[in-house]
Design a protein around this ligand. Structure first.
Ligand SMILES: [Zn+2]
Length: 396
């Protein structure tokens, strides 16, 4: 070990730390995220024309607000920004807030595991925030970090007059109307992965609501005081405090997102929730039997309550193995199980993921669904109309 005390190694550590600090988001966006299909994307003229004719294409899950990128500007890294949404004829994006995550270690028993994460760990998001020089008030404070991400989306809505942060049914109807005349108009809502960021105070839910949060997953990668996670250590259901939050969410018109909830939490949300839940990003265990995916019984229960299932563009067993075919397999399986009227797109863009294409390439999926023999009316629904109708029903 002695040789590592040499000034040469000391300088190397200092030098690499300087590079890492301030460039973390760039490194994260460029190296950890990606796509498997190279640009320019090839889509047949017929499929592209059909895709471009769709009025409302929506994606239910992007973590782009974590990034240092200015989302009003087009980037060639990661997956979502406003110009690329327009290129891909995407009308709507759910921008999700991630505020606390175990260290990034797929397939290990500790750290970010799909099976079981310990309740005590170093918060990867705090370290990430530190590396991005986001200010000490954000490093150790999940609530502040969430507000900071939420305010970024409001800022983008000010900078880009054609981007609309949707907070009510009225806002949403206006967006649909504007878009029918000019497709530059696009919109989005905020979502949350894990309400550990409420920090035990339900009053903070009202603040999140005012900022535009309309979709909430109770737990993310670990159990919290409100609910158990499917990747948590104990995987319990909704706690008393969790039920209190669910009740308030129903009153406010915030949709419950089951994506990372434990089996018991899913059962409790279905049992105690008034409004139907959604899965913003998930897959089927019938296609791939992993803890990240959902059982037939869970998918059926969500559909029976009138919920929506966003099919993710991410492979939880092998990040690099994702194909367009895998997405289509999931869609076909769930369509066969519960009907296509419950299906939407739930990419998991920008969440440290590798996907086949970024949001500008959504036409590739439309073409694959046409090739799979799904009728055009159903494809319209899957690509966004189902989710649009759902929002029209449950937004207040
Ligand atoms: Zn997630």
């Amino acid at each position: 070990m002695k040789k590592y005390h040499h000034p040469k190694y000391f300088l190397l550590i200092i030098f690499s730390s300087i590079i890492m600090i301030g460039c973390s988001s760039i490194i994260f966006d460029r190296l950890i995220m990606g796509t498997t299909i190279d640009k320019p994307y090839k889509i047949s003229d017929g499929a592209l024309a059909f895709h471009q004719s769709l009025d409302f294409v929506a994606d239910l899950h992007s973590d782009a607000l974590m990034s240092q990128r200015n989302l009003t500007k087009e980037s060639d890294v990661a997956h979502v920004d406003l110009p690329r949404m327009r290129k891909g004829n995407a009308a709507f994006q759910v921008f999700t807030i991630t505020s606390c995550s175990p260290p990034f270690q797929l397939s290990s028993g500790t750290g970010l595991s799909f099976d079981a994460n310990k309740s005590k760990f170093v918060n990867q998001m705090g370290v990430y925030s530190f590396m991005n020089l986001e200010g000490p008030q954000l490093w150790g404070n999940m609530y502040n970090r969430s507000i900071w991400q939420m305010d970024k989306l409001a800022k983008y809505a000010k900078e880009d007059p054609y981007f609309h942060l949707i907070k009510s049914k009225k806002d949403f109807l206006e967006l649909i109307e504007l878009r029918s005349k000019d497709k530059r108009h696009i919109g989005g809502i905020l979502g949350i992965e894990g309400i550990h960021n409420l920090k035990g105070d339900i009053k903070n839910l009202e603040t999140f609501y005012q900022k535009g949060v309309r979709s909430i997953g109770f737990a993310h990668f670990f159990d919290n005081m409100y609910a158990g996670s499917r990747h948590g250590k104990d995987k319990y259901g909704l706690t008393e405090k969790g039920r209190e939050v669910l009740k308030r969410m129903d009153e406010l018109g915030i949709i419950a997102d089951l994506s990372h909830d434990s089996e018991k939490t899913i059962e409790d949300v279905l049992k105690y929730g008034k409004n139907p839940p959604i899965i913003t990003h998930g897959g089927s265990r019938g296609v791939e039997d992993t803890p990240r995916n959902f059982t037939d019984a869970q998918l059926k229960a969500v559909a029976q309550k009138g919920g929506i299932i966003g099919v993710m563009f991410f492979d939880s067993t092998d990040r690099h193995a994702i194909t367009v075919d895998k997405i289509v397999q999931n869609i076909l399986y769930i369509r066969n199980l519960v009907g296509s009227q419950h299906i939407a797109l739930g990419s998991d863009y920008d969440g440290g993921t590798i996907t086949p294409f970024d949001i500008s390439g959504l036409g590739i999926l439309t073409e694959a669904l046409l090739n799979a023999g799904i009728p055009k009316e159903e494809i319209k629904g899957i690509m966004g109309e189902n989710y649009k109708n759902f929002l029209l029903k449950y937004l207040k």
